[in-house]
Design a protein around this ligand. Sequence first.
Ligand code: SF4
Length: 455
Amino acid sequence: MTLSSTASEGGPKSVINGKVAAPKVGFVSLGCAKALVDSERIMTRLRVEGYEIAPSYDGADVVVVNTCGFLDSAKAESLDAIGEAMAENGRVIVTGCFGLDRKVRETFPDVLAVTGPHQYEAVMEAVREAAPAPHAAYLDLVPPSGLRLTPDHYAYLKISEGCNNKCSFCIIPQLRGALASRPAADVLQEAEQLVERGVRELLVISQDTSAYGVDLKFAESEWRGHPLKARFYDLCAALGSLGAWVRLHYVYPYPHVDEVLPLMAEGKILPYLDIPFQHASPDVLRAMRRPANQEKTLDRIASWRKIVPDLAIRSTFIVGFPGETEEDFEFLLGWLREARLARVGCFRYENVEGAGSRALENQIADEVKEERYTRFMDVQKEVSEQVMAARVGQQIDVLVDEIDREGAIGRSSWDAPDIDGSIFLDGETDLAPGDIVRAVIEETDEYDCWGRLVG
Ligand code: SF4
């Protein structure tokens, strides 16, 4: 495992005025994009206080491990990462979703401190105790939008913490608390600073993006001299005015989501919705206690596509939820064929400790989960090949992510970084990450596209 480094290295020197050595903090960041933003915030605070970020274990005075505790597999990965940091360095602070699990202390009694998710101040206190901060802070070395772990041309924008829903398979509300939205002006100021620093794509994240502002009762705050409501539509419209790509993640199909489709049709925000449907069978959705489980989602998707024909919907699903019958599962496969989603991920249900669904009867055998997972992926592969093949000949904007020896690799409005597909522009080695170019799609497989520049 390599330690995180940031886009803005070169902070305080190890020796300043021949006397003061800045302590170095190693950072391991696990889990989802929301955890990544937590890591960015802690790293920003560290730099503000004059700490350096160490690129390796042996150069670090202390190592922070930001863990994920969402699924048992993620917990195992977190334990491995803590074990590695203990073996390689020995001075370890654990934070993040898995930090609240007693297994951390039981397995590693010698870790210096253990804190939960988004407890930035507690992490800072533990770091200060383990490696006292230098006397001077170096505020000017930290960009106004903070330090980031993503490349320079895209950034995650976290608009709220926590969640008011009570999905029976999920322990996030226990870990991260109730919904706490950031004031709209606060979010917009951060977004503006990111765009000023060259960010071309803003990825809006939270636990429940479409519930944004409910906890604030949609309170106004002042942005660019005008009041701006903490409301899903108003936030999307304001972000859409900044001139960057705006991509919405973790949206639920509440009726008010319809309001943002015209913004997509006008090109203000990307025609992309990441909606974690998790299932389609009404009985399973009810047992999962999913938000908006009464919505007729196929009708909604059809009406969205009338407004935005090019809309890309990505989603995740869980197969093998307790009580899922063969009929429920067949219903899901039929729904999947009809919905024709662009991008789909699938998880086999995990009986997470502390989740309400753990107590449900009719738990599904592992072999059945495995068999349903394979059938699900086979159906989606077919759908995906058809969706992708229909794109051949289309002209699209491509945001370049990287250049290798064969050419440029980028993404279109249909693809979020890390989770979706890529578009390969072979031979285009003169482009640079962050460029937005026009291309025509010439070939596709079930995930990726190949194209050439036009115009
Ligand atoms: S919406 Fe459901 S799955 Fe998502 S964080 Fe909230 S409770 Fe968990």
